[in-house]
Design a binder for this molecule. Structure first.
Ligand code: HEC
Ligand code: HEC
Length: 356
């Protein structure tokens, strides 16, 4: 870090002299980047106690697209984590059951398997625990575990698919196994080979000159101290407003973030640092979804997290770098879902499901 600070002072010095072209060599910059970030792997990671098989991944993919997991039978994971839209939904905050607005912006499901905990406040420890949340949330899918199991058991193809995905189990069609199957599918939603990863792997030309300057600013200004690792974020918690709390138009005062999970005063307005992979594709930004421009989001980060007034030129360079975090998007086919039967419960459209 000391070296980082020295380099930062050095580059600030250079810029004061009007010399902006002299940045670190590729060898130095690559070594710095490799010290802070890890590439997105090409293949899905193995999940502890939930081994992936082809049958389980296929079932998980079907369930991800399955609107009958919701009580209205209209809303699926895909509604808010659209695999044609980088795993997000382009909404300020998500719209769920009965057109209700949820309180937070939907983070992408892409690469989410690498986050240390799920949700803006980290309240779910992994993707399987996470998947049970939206199904039951009144403002999202508004269903119950019993409701889900009743639907799945009424459809013979699902009974067969659960049996294949969870062989040897007495009662494979369960809410837990729904979550386990979705988890192994989500672990396949990876976006490898973005410009940063190709640069780290040795391709000097993967990043443009501006993107390299942006990367250097990202590291030396301290962005990377909170946005690091495989996902450039998703690994630790920080107050939104380390130095200066943003206005209530960006940080609504009623959502105190991690405080609700830990009930500890120091966790007020603490959120997980979001993953920045594919960030250019997943506007709007912040848990409130109040900011639509990446430039503005970067400028806010400067003042709120670092106490720096990042000038427009530097903001543009950092944004150029962030554009280099768009990886190869997974191509996911919409599965054909098995038909309902006479015994399948009917859609329920009224509002008033359980609170989550
Ligand atoms: C109505 C919209 C909606 C639906 C439907 C929905 N989600 Fe979400 N999802 C969200 C929102 C909003 C958040 C953030 C909530 C929070 O942090 O409190 C979220 C968070 C997540 C996260 C955490 C990502 C991270 O980086 O923390 C994952 C993973 C996820 N959802 C997967 C799913 C799966 C799987 C389903 C289907 C079973 C699903 N979601 C259904 C809106 C939705
Ligand atoms: C002290 C930790 C910290 C530092 C330093 C930091 N961030 Fe953040 N960043 C966060 C947290 C926490 C959030 C989530 C804020 C929220 O919405 O609650 C965030 C959000 C973001 C977002 C919005 C992501 C999304 O999905 O909506 C972007 C973009 C971003 N940061 C970029 C940067 C850049 C660029 C820098 C350096 C100029 C930086 N950050 C510095 C912790 C940090």
């Amino acid at each position: 870090m000391k070296r980082g600070i020295a380099l930062a002072l050095f580059s600030v010095g250079l810029m004061a002299l009007g010399v902006t072209s002299s940045f670190a060599s590729d060898t130095e910059l690559r070594a710095q980047a490799q010290g802070m970030f890890k590439p997105i792997p090409q293949a899905a990671p193995q999940i502890k106690d939930n081994a992936a098989t082809a049958d389980k991944v296929l079932l998980g993919q079907m369930l991800y697209f399955e609107p009958r997991l919701s009580s209205s039978q209209l809303i699926s994971c895909q509604t808010c984590h659209n695999v044609g839209l980088a795993g997000a939904d382009l909404q300020e905050t998500s719209t769920g059951h009965g057109w209700q607005k949820g309180p937070r912006n939907a983070p992408t499901t892409y690469n989410a398997v690498f986050n240390t905990a799920q949700f803006w406040d980290g309240r779910a420890e992994d993707l399987a625990a996470q998947a049970k949340g939206p199904v039951q949330a009144g403002v999202e899918m508004s269903n119950t575990p019993e409701g889900v199991v009743a639907v799945l058991k009424s459809i013979p193809q699902y009974v067969e698919l659960f049996g294949k995905a969870f062989p040897g189990q007495k009662d494979p069609v369960s809410f837990d196994n729904m979550a386990n199957a979705i988890e192994v599918f989500e672990a396949t939603l990876l976006t490898p080979n973005d410009a940063l990863d190709r640069y780290m792997a040795g391709d000097d030309n993967a990043l443009s000159a501006d993107q390299k300057k942006g990367l250097e600013l990202f590291i030396n200004n301290g962005c990377a101290s909170c946005h690091d690792g495989i996902n450039l974020g998703g690994s630790d918690y920080f107050p939104f407003g380390v130095v200066e709390q943003p206005g209530a138009n960006v940080l609504p005062l009623d959502d105190k973030g991690r405080f609700k999970v830990t009930n500890t005063a120091s966790d007020e307005y603490v959120f997980r640092s979001p993953a920045l992979r594919n960030i250019a594709l997943t506007a709007p930004y912040f848990h409130s979804g109040k900011v639509w421009s990446l430039e503005q989001a970067v400028a806010i980060m400067g003042s709120s997290q670092l106490g720096m007034d990042i000038n427009d030129e530097e903001v543009a360079l950092i944004v150029a770098f962030l554009n280099g975090l768009t990886g190869e998007q997974p191509v996911v086919t919409h599965p054909v879902l098995p038909p309902s039967t006479k015994t399948t419960p009917k859609p329920m459209l009224q509002i008033g499901g359980s609170a989550h």
